[in-house]
Design a binder for this molecule. Structure first.
Ligand code: MET
Ligand code: ZN
Length: 344
């Protein structure tokens, strides 16, 4: 695990808390995200709301906040009539807004007599090619026969460079649906290069996490095996953390146990609420019943199963993260309040 992550996980008492659904909360604050850029449209129209969402998750106890760049892509911005420099500027803005929120929040907690928060880390989000297409392939992993690895490489490379140079603590590849994108999306001179090799080729100094999405709890969305993908990621020191996100919560415990067998890297899980996104109809379908266990109760089990970073993805909110933070760090907090009452 990279030093910064190791330190944070330790400070957090063994398990750091990741924030919750970013687009979900942006929408709750009144943003219109029904847009081909999805939440990234707010980088153009309402950057103050982006910062507000980050603040709310920090307040809720997030130790890691993820930038608003999930669906912010250079081709997406160019299609809006923006110039290349403007598109790159908006990518940097997404990281800067998260860094500003983190720094302001941290400064304010330091003025409190017994700070109960950790200084959060900022992860720059990178969504999959399917997220950019916004045609449902984000959750099927099927990019069709025409998508060549070379095209995927062109799609990812510049955004990775720009985001990494904007000063985040981590790069977060989120909801990667298939092995091709994780492994073979980067070819040059006819040689197959894995995503991890792109990180090395670009000599990205910011540690990365790579999280997959799954719709059945046993495979990536595409139907490919976690084990095959993890073998690829295990080979790189640039990848500090592996995991799953935007996957139904009832599958997470089994996935962590499977990952534990396949990797020694730190494991991050930040499932969705269990509701299912219908990418074609563009709406959420109700959660399949997963018993009476609430998200925070499950979060404890995920920690016991071996996850080092736990948060929420789509349809989870600051109240989900507050409950998760309390469940994972409740004992420490109780001790802190005991200490403070003793010192009064
Ligand atoms: C479809 S997964 C989306 C992940 C992104 N970080 C968000 O919470 O909005
Ligand atoms: Zn999600």
């Amino acid at each position: 695990m990279a030093g910064v992550v190791e330190e944070l996980v330790k400070k957090a008492g063994g398990c750091a808390v990741i924030d919750g659904g970013f687009a979900t909360q942006l929408e709750a604050l009144g943003a219109d995200i029904n847009d081909s850029l999805w939440s990234a449209a707010c980088l153009i129209t309402k950057p103050h709301l982006i910062k507000e969402v980050h603040m709310q998750y920090l307040e809720a106890g997030a130790d890691v906040i993820i930038s608003s760049s999930y669906q912010a892509t250079i081709p997406g911005f160019l299609a809006r009539g923006l110039r290349q420099e403007e598109a790159e500027g908006l990518l940097r803005t997404s990281v800067h807004l998260a860094l500003e929120a983190r720094d302001e929040f941290w400064k304010s907690t330091l003025t409190k007599p017994k700070p109960i928060y950790n200084r959060a880390l900022v992860a720059a989000s990178i969504g999959s090619y399917g997220a950019f297409l916004a045609d449902g392939s984000e959750y099927s992993g099927s990019y069709g026969d025409n998508i060549m690895a070379e095209k995927l490489k062109d799609f990812h490379r510049r955004r990775l460079q720009v985001l990494a140079s904007a000063g985040p603590d981590l790069i977060a590849f989120e909801a990667i649906p298939n092995k091709m994108e994780a492994q073979a999306s980067f070819r040059s001179n006819g040689r197959v290069q894995a995503l991890v090799e792109l990180l090395e080729e670009e000599d990205i100094q910011v540690p990365s996490w790579i999280c997959f999405s799954s719709v059945d709890g046993k495979h990536l969305c595409s139907g490919e095996s976690f084990g095959d993908c993890l073998q690829i990621l295990n080979a790189s020191e640039k990848v500090a953390i592996v995991g799953v996100n935007c996957t139904p919560p009832q599958f997470i415990e089994g996935i962590i146990r499977e990952f534990k067998k396949q990797t020694g890297k730190a494991i991050a899980v930040y499932p969705n609420s269990g509701e299912v996104w219908d990418g074609r109809a563009k709406r959420w379908l109700p959660a399949e019943c997963f018993g009476r266990k609430s998200f925070d109760v499950m979060a404890r089990r995920w920690q016991e199963a071996g996850a080092s970073l736990i948060g929420g993805c789509c349809r989870t909110t600051p109240s989900t993260i507050r409950a998760v933070s309390k469940a994972l760090k409740g004992r420490d907090r109780a001790l802190i309040s005991l200490e403070s009452s003793e010192s009064v």
